[in-house]
Design a protein around this ligand. Structure first.
Ligand SMILES: Cc1ncc(COP(=O)(O)O)c(C=O)c1O
Length: 403
């Protein structure tokens, strides 16, 4: 009865974990939440103040569809500050989060029947948006033994005459891995030679822990500015997930197409959110460094706590706020068989919510969000090890019984 499109697309598996955790919480269970892909920090005070001032000034009406001039100017200034790139406002549109900032250009540049290459492990929305645009996702793999580093060659090997675009997410959700500037240069050269678009998801661009050259916009702009599309977001950097503000940077013709699509779908981003995001991007940036420092300390702590068991393997991630751990050694045909089953049992038995690797097209792994308090992380690790110990005990009991 429903459109065929609905049979191709699945709901966000990362959100499903949250729903189940909520159900248990409502039953009074003390759930440790390591599933959520969002900062636990409050939105910075100066950002909230800008929103309150917007309401008080009755800045509560429709705005220009592509975003208020002040915000587009703030995004232009942000690109100048972070990447040394000069944009015009015609190259920027403000959308409802990174999600819409990726979806509008996907609809604008991908045709039915095209192939679009993206990577696994990867954020499921990228794959689903390709399907919603009636195209075929072609998945290339990054490997755990190389820290999931994103390299150009697998993308190049996967290119065919039907390839319309490649989509890269760096830092990557769920692995925290990056694509280096050199690899992006190789990829961009290959794409430019073949007339293939590059869509770059930079929603975690300010969450990189060690000083690492990561000026991917410049690399792309120097090689193929007219076929580059970049998505950014206030959600993760400024702890603003609920405000729904992201942006797309691309050639004016792409932005004009995004503008047309958005004008018939959602229109402008909430006027109050836009004023808040002007304050986030243009105001004091100390909060960004403070949150990053806190995430770094949490990353180091949870990584050390979990990898104390040598069966839990994980390269310390370079960015974002997730550990993507290999639990292959804890799975077995006669015990827990999949990482999703592991995550379900861990939630049922120890009330720890995290996400099975299958959600990111990477069976055998678990994603742990460390965007939560040190206490929750310590408690989560304690319960995780208790769960593994219970599996070990059950394993030895059944081995003894079969002897
Ligand atoms: C890789 C990646 N890109 C983009 C987004 C979009 O976030 P938002 O729509 O909140 O800006 C997310 C959110 O989880 C993400 O993980």
């Amino acid at each position: 009865m429903l459109a065929r499109r609905t049979t191709r697309v699945s709901t966000s598996p990362t959100m499903k974990v949250g729903v189940e955790a909520d159900r248990l919480r409502r039953q009074g269970k003390d759930v440790v939440e390591l599933g959520a892909g969002e900062p636990d920090f409050a939105t910075p005070d100066h950002v909230k103040a800008a929103a309150i001032a917007a309401i008080d000034a009755n800045f509560t009406k429709y705005t220009a569809n592509a975003g208020i001039t002040d915000l587009r100017a703030a995004i232009v200034a942000f690109y100048r500050r972070l990447y040394g790139i000069e944009l015009t406002e015609a190259e920027v549109i403000v959308s409802a989060g990174g999600k819409q900032a990726l979806y509008n250009p996907a609809l604008a540049i991908i045709d039915a029947g095209d192939e679009v290459i993206t990577h696994a492990p990867g954020w499921p929305t990228l794959r689903e948006q390709i399907k919603l645009a009636d195209a075929t996702p072609v998945i290339v793999r990054a490997h755990a033994d190389a820290g999931f580093a994103l390299t150009a060659q697998p993308f190049i090997d996967a290119m065919s005459p039907r390839t319309r675009a490649v989509i890269v997410n760096s830092p990557c959700n769920p692995t925290g891995a990056l694509m280096s500037e050199a690899e992006m240069a190789l990829l961009a050269d290959a794409c430019a030679a073949r007339g293939i678009w590059v869509l770059l998801d930079l929603c975690y661009e300010q969450l990189i822990y060690e000083p690492t050259p990561h000026n991917l916009p410049r690399v792309l702009f120097e090689r193929m500015r007219d076929r580059t599309v970049i998505a950014g977001s206030a959600s993760k950097t400024y702890a603003m997930t609920g405000w729904r503000c992201g942006w797309t940077v691309a050639a004016p013709s792409v932005i004009a197409a995004c503008n047309a699509i958005q004008s018939h779908a959602t229109s402008n981003v909430c006027s109050i959110t836009q004023r808040a995001t002007v304050a986030a991007l243009g105001g004091p940036q100390a909060c960004v460094g403070e949150m990053l420092g806190e995430y770094r300390a949490r990353r180091d702590m949870i990584w050390a706590l979990l990898t104390a068991d040598p069966r839990i393997r994980c390269v310390k991630p370079s960015g974002a706020f997730y550990l993507f751990i290999d639990i292959g050694d804890l799975l077995s045909p006669d015990g827990i068989r999949t990482s999703t089953e592991f995550a379900e049992r861990l939630l049922e038995e120890q009330y720890v919510a995290l996400t099975g690797g299958e959600a990111f097209d990477a069976p055998g792994f678990l994603r742990i969000s460390y965007a939560t308090s040190v206490e929750q992380l310590q408690e989560g690790a304690r319960r995780f090890h208790a769960f593994v110990a219970s599996l070990d005990a059950a394993g030895s009991a059944s081995a003894a019984a079969s002897r």
